[in-house]
Design a protein around this ligand. Structure first.
Ligand code: 5GP
Length: 116
């Protein structure tokens, strides 16, 4: 892994900084966002970093599918039977701040549309 891919999320994967981890398997990790925007706000990340969705290549299709299925699994685990939102901020205009691909799972209240 190159240094440029070693964000704070890689440090969370390696347990070098603490996080409230709610799910883990061999490919993915899910933990609560430090600055939650909804009663449930969880980040789902691949253990093998991809900086942003725009950098994904066709060979990434399995991990991308796995991440979505992990969001569904965690949403079920969190009891979000009334619905939820999944967000991927990508690049500068997308508002991305951490360059390790992550899916935001937001739920626990009605969410407005469109987003800002
Ligand atoms: P982005 O803006 O890149 O889509 O989302 C990055 C998210 O990471 C933000 O929602 C932010 O609150 C969250 N975040 C940033 N630093 C930390 C941290 O150290 N721990 C946790 N759990 N979340 C973080």
């Amino acid at each position: 892994m190159s240094d440029s891919q070693d964000t704070l999320f890689s440090k969370i994967i390696r347990r070098e900084i603490p996080a409230d981890i709610v799910y883990e398997d061999e490919l993915a990790l899910a933990f609560r966002d430090i600055n939650p925007q909804a009663p449930v706000h969880i980040l789902v990340i691949p253990k093998q970093p991809i900086p942003k969705l725009a950098d994904a290549v066709p060979d990434d299709h399995r991990i991308l599918g796995h991440l979505l299925m992990t969001v569904k699994r965690v949403a079920d685990q969190e009891g979000l039977a009334n619905g939820y939102r999944v967000v991927i901020n990508t690049g500068e205009d997308g508002g991305q701040t951490v360059y390790h691909l992550h899916l935001h799972l937001l739920g626990g209240r009605p969410l407005a549309w469109p987003p800002g």
